[in-house]
Every structure is written in C-alpha cells, then in structure tokens.
Design a protein. Structure first.
Lengths: 120, 120
C-alpha cells in the first residue's frame, strides 16, 4: 500500500493520467474533498484527475505513509495554479484497497483552513 | 472540529480520562488501529483509553488538522512506554462528528512500519 501511495504521488507530479487511473479499481470511488459528490468508476475518476492536473500540481508527502489492514492514510501538500493564483492545499487522503491491491476508494480530507493563497 | 482535536491531544498528554471520554458521543465507536476489534460506547472507549494512558503517552501533532464536512484527520507522533521499552508510533486518526459536535467515530491508521523502538 505504501508503494502505491508513492506511485500515486509520482504520477500526480508527472501529470501522468494513465498511471493515476491504473492505480484505481474499475469500480472505485473518489470523494475529494469529503462532502463533495463522489466520482464512481475509472472513467469518472479519470475525468476528475484530468481537471486537477490542469492546475499543474506539485505534490510533496508530509511524513510517513500510515497503513493498517486494507487502508492507507497520508498527509501531503499540493502546490497548484488555479484561476491565476498560486495556492497550497494540505489534505490528508485515505485509500482503501481491494484484494488485488487496487485503490477501491479514495477520500480526501481538507477544508478552507487547509488552503492558502501563496501569490496572485 | 479542529478545537476538539486540540482538546483531544491535550487530554491525552494530561492523561485526563474524563476529558477524553467527554469528547465522544455516548454511542461512539473507536477502531484503533483500523482492522482491530471496534470499541463501542463510552464505557468501552473509556476502558480502551485507560489501558492506553497506562503507557504514559506523549503526543505531538504533525502538521495542521485537516477538516471537511463532518470529518477531521490529523497526523501525530505518540511516544510511549510499553513492556519496558520506549516507543514511537505515528498514526493518522480520522474523527467523524455528530451534529452535537461529539466524536461519533474514531479510526486510527497505523501499522508496524509506523512503530519504532527508541530504547530498551
């Protein structure tokens, strides 16, 4: 699970949509942030990341990946460019894995207090 | 939610069992770590923390509390004394809150890779 998280971070930084989508199960769900509409299935997830990658993400893991049973959690910082502004967002993501080692669900926990304009 | 997390950390460091229990809903659940048996209800939760506090916890938050909708997540380091050894454990906890602002569920994500003997 830790290796998948590292591949996920690397794929985000490489803006590699295929690599990101390949980490997810075909019927996976993504809720990013928690409380927003859930993206279901690899096509919807791919469309969600295509929009995210347009913001030129620069992702840095903060601290070790935590893993227990079939779940992993990790804190990170995303620097991105959105609507003419540079921003930093600091989520904690929780992945749940299926038996094939694919991400079955992703939930991103962050809110306004975790978002900061850094220019613009 | 962020204030509750800070009260929780302070109560752990003060070994204040009443203060910890008071943060939880009467019918709350605690799964610590994820994959282990769930403690249900304030009495069971209190007993779980009574055992934990016997390990003389020294808890430090790592990075900001993340909060979205009715959930908060936070990374932290726990230094503790267990079976004659000093240890460090680095979990990420996820709290879900009820409408009264009480913790309805707590899930702690950490595994062997997040535990380190520091003496003994």
């Amino acid at each position: 699970m830790e290796a998948v998280v590292h591949r996920y971070i690397a794929a985000l930084n490489a803006a590699d949509l295929d690599a990101i989508a390949a980490l997810y199960a075909a019927d996976a769900t993504v809720e990013d942030p928690v409380g927003s509409p859930v993206h279901r299935g690899r096509d919807a997830i791919r469309a969600f990341y295509a929009a995210s990658l347009a913001c030129r993400l620069d992702v840095t893991l903060e601290g070790p990946v935590r893993a227990a049973a079939n779940e992993a959690a990790f804190a990170f910082c995303v620097r991105l460019h959105w609507q003419g502004q540079d921003m930093e967002i600091r989520p904690i993501d929780v992945f749940r894995f299926n038996e094939a080692g694919e991400i079955a669900s992703m939930r991103a926990i962050f809110g306004p207090a975790n978002m900061e304009k850094t220019s613009g």
